[in-house]
Ligand binder design. Structure first.
Ligand SMILES: [Zn+2]
Length: 322
């Protein structure tokens, strides 16, 4: 029997892991394990946390290093998949320029694969999720606190020269505006249409205009408690302000995707991340603008669908790197 692969998904504050059967793309044994282990703003040992997560995953599944076929790791950072060199993760302060694959290989003594987290999720969704059966060209975007993208061309992740391709979330849509992005640039689509950006916009508008929104009641006067889940809930209850926020997010994403489909001519656009839970109101707004605002003459034929693998997509995708 083929040995399972240990998949690891390093996030901003937690590490998800699991043993993956590469024939089915399914999780084995204990399934998806999550450790909330570190505070990225403090100087903590992220590498040590990764190694601890590896050993914990093995022991909770009654396995040893020799029982697995290797370890796949995905990280929230630009990374060179050939060398496993981690560049500059925007959300893991002080943790940059690390020869991650080499370090893990020395520590564990098994084959190691490393890639960016959105790239790994794109690969997982194409092999086993929403885009399974397709492979020529799939565009994957995860819309949550940030926006990450992964592009699959001919069954493989599009890496470019240095492994740095596919940073679609940092394409500026308004380079002359005021919205500063976490990457240091101005007006990236992430700074305009991520969950964080829309929540910020909603808070600003609520504070500056009179009129009623359910969000006032739901937040009980504390604007800081407003998040995308709350906006989605208010929209479901026919709150026009919340609906307007989702339409704005969809319009901005649609404009951006109009450009992306003109560049990549995908067979499918897959949307993951927390904002995909907003469902059809968001997807409808995206489709409408994307079709109107692109040179792609067949944009109306490109399905835009929600991702299927949920929280496990990073772990399954990381394992698929081997
Ligand atoms: Zn950016």
């Amino acid at each position: 029997m083929e040995k399972p692969i240990l998949g690891l998904d390093l996030g901003g504050t937690k590490i998800a892991s699991g043993l993956v059967d590469l024939r089915s793309g399914g999780l084995l044994g204990k399934g998806l394990l999550t450790r909330k282990t570190f505070d990225p703003d403090r100087d903590v040992d992220i590498f040590g946390s990764l190694v601890a997560a590896i050993h914990e995953t093995l022991s909770s599944n009654d396995m040893q290093m020799a029982d697995i076929g290797g370890i796949g790791l995905c990280v929230p950072s630009p990374v060179d998949p050939k060398t496993g060199f981690l560049y500059n993760p925007p959300n893991l302060r002080g943790w940059a320029n690390i020869p991650l694959r080499e370090k893990l290989q020395n520590e564990c003594g098994v084959a190691i694969g490393v890639d960016n987290d959105a790239n790994a999720a794109a690969l997982a969704e194409t092999r086993w999720g929403a885009a399974r059966g397709l492979s020529r060209s799939v565009f994957y975007a995860t819309i949550s606190t940030g926006i990450g993208t992964g592009i699959i061309i001919n069954g493989a992740i599009l890496h470019g020269k240095n492994g740095l391709a596919g940073e679609g979330g940092h394409v500026p849509l308004d380079g002359f505006g005021r919205e500063k992005c976490g990457c240091g640039n101005i007006g990236c689509i992430e700074a305009l249409a991520s969950g964080t950006a829309i929540v910020k916009l909603a808070r600003q508008l609520l504070q500056s205009r009179s009129g009623h929104s359910l969000l006032w009641d739901m937040a009980q006067g504390n604007m800081d408690t407003i998040d995308m889940v709350m906006i989605g809930e208010a929209a479901k209850q026919s709150d026009s302000f919340a609906q307007e926020m989702i339409a704005t997010q969809g319009m901005r994403l649609g404009l951006w995707l109009g450009g992306m489909v003109a560049v990549f001519d995908p067979e499918m656009v897959v949307i993951g991340g927390g904002c995909a839970n907003l469902g059809e109101p968001l997807f409808r707004a995206i489709r409408q603008t994307m079709i109107q605002r692109t040179i792609h003459p067949k944009a109306d034929e490109i399905p835009i669908v929600p991702a299927q693998l949920g929280a496990a997509s990073g772990v399954i995708g990381a394992a698929s790197l081997l």
